[in-house]
Design a protein around this ligand. Structure first.
Ligand code: NDP
Ligand code: GDR
Length: 323
């Protein structure tokens, strides 16, 4: 039975990846940091099928212990401070979690001295103020937030450990991916939930920031499959994972309202400049040709399919939740 250790198992991707690996017959271990509040909502249905280990990307010793307990074949480093606006208000902490955290884990793996395969959750935010359209594995980086800068460090330290120590280490440059399990503060989930609540009469309007920004949005379940595929190849490498389509935040809003039968969506949306970022990423669109050719990976859910499934899920959830 192959064994995997997943950091960030309580997050959106961690929960889908854990499900995917269990289905593949893996013994799954998840690193979970202590909290005074409950953080296992996304993996509660998996309790008993995943082994949860106490640990924190800030604490090297806890990473060493997690490796010793799990003796993994594969390590997926999904843990991070992943919300871009929070990185502007907490840039140093973001650097610690999202940047240096990668080195702590890589160093723990190097000293553990076993043939572990490593996946790093890198991000299209590294392309930031894009210098090439669409973005590929060879597009130069230009991050626009402390988060993007921290992820860039995580990307290069992964490449460096591969080249310096021969570690099987891959950096997956994943573009935005969403699901009903997405955190409430990210734009697509905020929109899906807001639209559902407006439809049900629980909310009057939706406050959003920049509606012009464009993203390449996919479905999280499709993207965790790509993570796993990267670790099954003969040689470690870096891959862009994207749909190859770009849409504006405004388009996401329009489709979401349409899903619940509301066409005059502008009547319900207020643009709040307080939600604008100090530096914005205006346009992202990835070219997944390498992932398609080498990993045989294809996204299965379209942009409209994603909007619809997210709105439908939030409608169902909100209908069951008393105010
Ligand atoms: P989430 O924000 O949903 O999950 C982040 C996870 O990291 C949570 O489990 C969180 O734990 C954990 N975490 C945070 N800080 C620490 C720490 N110090 N030590 C250990 N664990 C920690 O992110 P996603 O699931 O959406 O993303 C997964 C990864 O992929 C992240 O690294 C993200 O930056 C990256 N990424 C995401 C993309 C996306 O579109 N979703 C695109 C590209 C990259 P807790 O529950 O305790 O907060
Ligand atoms: P992003 O995702 O920053 O791309 O990072 P997010 O959904 O937060 O923003 C996408 C775009 O929408 C605009 N926007 C708003 N964003 C939020 N959060 N809230 C709003 O009200 C709002 N209104 C407009 C933003 O300005 C932005 O342009 C996500 C994260 O998951 C990262 O961890 C990951 O690395 C990247 O995707 C790829």
């Amino acid at each position: 039975m192959p064994r995997a250790l997943v950091t960030g198992i309580t997050g959106q991707d961690g929960s889908y990846l854990a499900e995917f690996l269990i289905e593949k017959g893996y013994e799954v271990y998840g690193l979970m940091r202590r909290s005074s509040v409950v953080t296992d909502q996304r993996i509660r249905h998996l309790l008993g099928r995943v082994e949860l280990l106490d640990g924190d990307l800030l604490d090297e010793g806890s990473l060493v212990r997690a490796l010793r307990t799990s003796t993994p074949d594969e390590v997926y480093n999904l843990g991070a401070q992943s919300f871009v606006p929070a990185s502007f208000t907490a840039p140093v902490m973001t650097g610690e979690f999202t940047g240096l955290g990668v080195t702590r884990l890589l160093e723990a793996i190097r000293l553990f001295d076993a043939p572990v395969r490593f996946y790093q959750a890198s991000s299209s935010e590294m392309f930031g103020k894009v210098v090439e359209v669409p973005q590929t594995e060879t597009t130069p980086f230009y991050p626009r937030s402390p988060y993007g800068v921290a992820k860039l460090y995580g990307h290069w330290i992964t490449v460096n450990y591969r080249e310096s120590y021969g570690l099987y280490a891959c950096s997956g440059i994943l573009f935005n991916h969403e699901s009903p399990r997405r955190g409430l503060e990210f734009a697509p989930r905020k929109i899906a939930r807001g639209v559902a609540r407006i439809k049900l009469g629980k909310q009057k309007e939706l406050h959003l920031g920049n509606l012009e920004a464009r993203r390449d949005w996919g479905y999280a379940k499709d993207y965790v499959r790509a993570m796993w595929l990267m670790l099954q190849q003969d040689e470690p490498d870096d891959y862009v994972v994207a749909t190859g389509e770009t849409h504006s935040v405004g388009e996401f809003v329009e489709l979401a309202f349409r899903r619940v039968g509301i066409e005059n969506w502008r009547d319900y949306v207020t643009v709040d400049t307080a939600l604008f970022r100090p530096a914005e990423v205006d346009l992202l669109i990835g070219d997944p040709a390498k992932a398609r050719a080498k990993l045989n990976w294809e996204p299965e859910v379209s942009f409209e399919g994603l909007v619809n499934l997210m709105v439908d899920a939030d409608l169902e959830l909100e209908a069951q939740t008393p105010e």
